[in-house]
Design a binder for this molecule. Structure first.
Ligand code: ATP
Ligand code: MG
Length: 447
């Protein structure tokens, strides 16, 4: 599997747009009895069908879609993805559970409120965009605005803006039949964007496209998301698409969410054998980040290696380390959070845990600080930027050391080395820090 995952900082807000709890959608006779009866709701799909004639397409699903994130719903065909996303705006009526958008109960909405929800707040982009064949590109894009009652000149102006935004300038007067598949997808995308919805809901929009056009469209979504920060719910059964686009991914199986987490959490800590099997062929170095791969700073570190960002992928760090020939420092806003060296990086590629620098390695002058750093690591601040997701495997254990502590360790280590390097330095302890005779090349404060 080849994969190019963009490096990006996930949105830090935890404010929810959609909030879903205990959601069920059962198709078949007397569907309400399934979620209401623990004996029925515990049955596997085949047994449930045999006993009741019902299909539970969505089973007791709970999640939040956070403002500004791309929330991907992934799973094999028939796992319940489309049913789930259609329930969000009640294009399919849920059987049980709660759904809210910005705190408003979606299941309690009357017809006109629902219409408003679908037209203004949550625009759906389908696999086949359903363009109107006799209308021009511009009028297709303006269609959603027309339904909203926007006046002709304003809607044409706004439509032209979005036609340009998706790269179709000059094609305003064409009809859908005169466009390629990828161009038609762009028209659909522009139409959804033009109504300025709070959330864009995509149901496998690119699955009918050939791979190159598909990649183009994925890049387009990434670009639009970066530029506009719009909240998106994106359905796909393609793992590489999910990993590329998703800030978080809900992985579905037989109507249930079996794991919900960042791409890194799904690949790095699969919740069960099913997920493990699902992500087996993923090139881990393209997904795992330095934040997870790093180890605490030790007194052996010179503090001179190349700087990488915590969100940089391991693949990027491998390049930096290979070029520099020494471990890289994981830097965030001028602070060193930790270090990635050959062992750490190879460990990620191989899917095994590399040894973290043992505290003893820094024994002597810095033992106290290193221990403190290691302690801070366990409850580190990685969870602040990527809060522990619902229903997911425990976060990878190697997280941020407290940055100030890491800086202090580097600083003290450098001081120690300077002392050691100054002849005639009396050896205070046989286990004293191993230092290079030249001492540090730059001071750690310089990083
Ligand atoms: N109207 C319906 N009546 C009965 N069963 C249905 C209905 N719609 C969907 N299902 C069943 O619900 C399950 C989930 O379907 P859904 O369309 O949500 O899957 P999906 O994950 O979107 O699949 P795909 O990737 O093929 O689009 C399937 O078993 C499907 O057969
Ligand atoms: Mg579907």
């Amino acid at each position: 599997m080849t994969l190019t995952v963009p490096t990006r900082k996930p949105p830090t807000t935890t404010e929810s747009v959609f909030s879903v709890s205990g959601l069920w959608k059962v198709f078949g006779p007397k569907p309400e009895r399934v979620p209401a009866d623990p004996a029925l709701s515990a049955l596997d799909p085949a047994e449930l069908r045999a006993r009741t004639g019902c299909t539970a397409a969505v089973r007791d699903v709970s999640f939040d879609v956070r403002k500004g994130e791309v929330f991907v719903v992934m799973g094999l065909s028939g796992s319940g993805k489309s049913t789930l996303v259609r329930c969000l705006t009640r294009l399919i009526e849920p059987t049980a559970g709660t759904i809210s958008i910005d705190g408003e109960d979606v299941r309690a909405m009357d017809k006109s409120r629902l219409r408003e929800l679908r037209r203004h707040r949550a625009a759906m982009v389908f696999q086949h965009f359903g363009l109107l064949p006799h209308r021009t590109v511009l009028d297709n894009v303006a269609y959603g605005l027309e339904i909203q009652g926007v006046g002709k000149s304003e809607r044409r102006e706004r439509a032209a803006e979005f036609v340009a935004k998706v790269g179709l300038e000059g094609m305003e007067k064409r009809r859908p039949g005169q466009l390629s598949g990828g161009q038609r997808q762009r028209v659909g995308l522009a139409r959804a964007l033009a109504v300025d919805p709070e959330v864009l809901l995509f149901d496998e929009p690119f699955s009918a496209l050939d791979p190159l056009i598909r990649r183009d469209m994925q890049d387009e979504v990434t670009r639009l998301h970066r530029e506009e920060g719009r909240t998106m719910v994106f359905i796909t059964h393609d793992l590489s698409e999910a990993l590329k686009l998703g800030d978080r991914i809900a992985l579905m199986r037989d109507g249930r969410v079996v794991q919900l987490g960042t791409p890194e959490e799904i690949v790095g800590s699969p919740a069960d054998d099913y997920v493990r099997e699902f992500v087996r062929d993923v090139p881990r170095e393209q997904v795992m980040t330095c934040r997870t791969a790093m180890r605490p700073v030790s007194s052996d570190d010179t503090g001179t290696g190349p700087a990488v960002r915590p969100e940089a992928t391991v693949a990027e760090a491998i390049k930096a380390v290979a070029r520099a020939g020494e471990p890289a420092r994981v830097m965030d806003e001028g602070r060193c959070l930790g270090v990635v060296d050959h062992g750490q990086l190879l460990g990620v590629v191989a899917g095994v845990d590399a040894d973290t620098a043992p505290a003893e390695a820094a024994a002597g002058t810095d033992a106290h600080d290193v221990t403190a750093t290691a302690d801070a690591t366990a409850g580190g601040s990685a969870t602040e930027t990527a809060p522990a997701p619902e229903k997911t495997a425990p976060a990878p254990e190697k997280a941020d050391p407290a940055p100030e502590k890491a800086d202090r360790v580097l600083e003290k280590a450098a001081r120690g080395r300077r002392r050691q390097a100054a002849p005639p330095a009396p050896r205070t302890s046989p286990e004293g820090p191993r230092t290079s005779p030249e001492g540090p090349r730059t001071s750690p404060e310089a990083v």
